[in-house]
Design a protein. Structure first.
Length: 185
């Protein structure tokens, strides 16, 4: 839990969080399904289409063998396509995590802490290597996943900021969620 928390006028929250490699990698892994959501969506659609084609083929088969077999065959092709897309997702996820882990280890010596400052008009994030200030209107949205708040700036590019309950404590985490919810209504 973070000992360095500042709360100003209930409108600003500031958290200074020590860098921990394991926490960072766990949080990065939470972003993967959002970054590759388009592939996951294609896999799910393919699975639904394959299932519908298979069921339809099986139902039609007793009355029209040729059409039933054709639909069953097409469903197998669509199912194989879903399998290929799922393999692609897993390869991309592993490659992404490898790159993030490599980058983290290369920069780990320079990373000691990160600071989140929740201001009325923007979120300011600063660490030992970077600094950013993002207006609340520039965010696409937010999600709470496994006691982590994902603040999505650009989902497709993987520009997602994360702060976890483990890092700031339960009460502060609730305050942050409440603060962020007010800016997305």
């Amino acid at each position: 839990m973070n000992d360095k928390v500042q709360i100003n006028d209930n409108t600003n929250l500031k958290f200074e969080i020590p860098f921990e490699a394991k926490t960072y990698l766990n949080q990065v892994e939470l972003t993967v399904p959002y970054i590759y959501a388009h592939i996951i969506r294609k896999v799910n659609i393919s699975l639904i289409v394959a299932l519908l084609l298979l069921i339809t083929g099986l139902l039609i088969f007793p009355n029209n063998e040729d059409l039933g077999i054709l639909l069953i065959f097409i469903s197998l092709i669509v199912l194989f396509n879903a399998y290929q897309k799922n393999k692609l997702y897993k390869r991309l996820k592993n490659a992404f995590m490898d790159v993030m882990q490599k980058n983290m280890f290369e920069k780990a010596d320079g990373l000691k802490k990160g600071t989140f400052e929740f201001l009325p008009d923007k979120l300011r994030y600063t660490d030992d290597l970077t600094s950013s200030s993002i207006s609340w209107t520039d965010f696409e949205g937010y999600k709470v996943v496994k006691s982590n708040l994902l603040m999505i700036v650009n989902q497709k590019k993987g520009n997602i900021l994360i702060i976890g309950e483990k890092e700031i404590g339960t009460n502060n985490f609730k305050k942050v969620i409440s603060f962020v919810e007010q800016h997305f209504k």
